[in-house]
Design a protein. Structure first.
Length: 267
């Protein structure tokens, strides 16, 4: 049967309008309310997906711990702002593409490089596989064990790590980090300007794009924070495309630490 284009469109439109009229009464009859998270997803939830741990708050992505054996080191990314849902860290960005999210690394150690994102043969912090510990509506525990390995240096170090993601409120959350480093042989770490716990901040909260770098002692910018002792150091700024919304991220030493760290910072 031949149908002209006009008749086809007319019949098609009638079918679409009929479908819409059929759907509306069903919605009024009691469809799910998608303006609220499902009851089982309220609060903090976490699940293990292979070598990754994914954490959500009220069913919205909060952070992810990535520990696949192909990576230079395990790291957290994204680390999302509690209001915007936008990451406060960068997966990789120029001019330092080897910086990934929030991580622990070191170089040079016994001739190995456990920092720069170069060949894994030069050094790798290799996860044995993360696991979930206790998970409540306000916290999620992530456990992992890692071996520090390189082709030329063997395995001079291993670590046990415990992270607790805590939802303090709808506008504040944190990650408590415990690391136990164990040398499996004599370890020599040469002097370097960067090592150990680090973050790579998202561009929109970094100084070149209008953000602010500050520390606990009142220092501002790389000039006021680089090489300085401080209890904490962090970035904050207006989020891109979110008007006047300001969010920030900071790394804090333990309050009982008698030796405030010296910070390596970049604008």
């Amino acid at each position: 049967m031949d149908i002209c284009r006009r008749d086809f469109l007319r019949r098609g439109s009638a079918a679409v309008f009929g479908l819409a009229a059929w759907l509306l009464p069903c919605e009024r009859a009691g469809a799910a309310d998608y303006t609220e998270p499902a009851p089982e997803s309220k609060g903090l939830t976490a699940y293990l997906n292979g070598a990754n741990v994914l954490v959500r708050l009220n069913n919205m992505p909060l952070t992810g711990y990535r520990a696949h054996k192909s990576l230079k080191y395990p790291y957290f990314c994204p680390v999302n702002g509690p209001v915007s849902g936008m990451s406060l860290t960068s997966e990789s960005a120029l001019p330092y593409p080897h910086h990934r999210g929030l991580w622990l690394g070191c170089e040079p150690m016994n001739g190995g490089d456990y920092w720069a994102d170069n060949s894994l043969e030069r050094g790798q912090i290799r996860s044995d596989g993360p696991a979930l510990g206790e998970v409540t509506k306000n916290s999620a525990e992530i456990l992992d064990k890692c071996r520090w390995v390189s082709k030329d240096s063997g395995s001079p170090m291993r670590d046990e790590r415990r992270f607790v993601v805590r939802a303090m409120s709808e506008r504040l959350w944190c990650i408590d980090c415990d690391f136990k480093l164990t040398a499996t042989e004599d370890v020599k770490v040469k002097k370097a300007k960067h090592s150990f716990f680090a973050i790579r901040a998202a561009s929109d909260i970094s100084p070149p794009y209008g953000g602010v770098l500050a520390n606990s002692e009142g220092g501002a910018g790389a000039k006021g924070t680089y090489g300085k002792e401080a209890r904490w150091c962090g970035y904050h700024g207006k989020r891109r495309g979110r008007g006047d919304l300001v969010e920030g991220i900071a790394v804090m030493t333990h309050p009982d630490n008698p030796w405030p760290p010296i910070w390596f910072t970049r604008d």
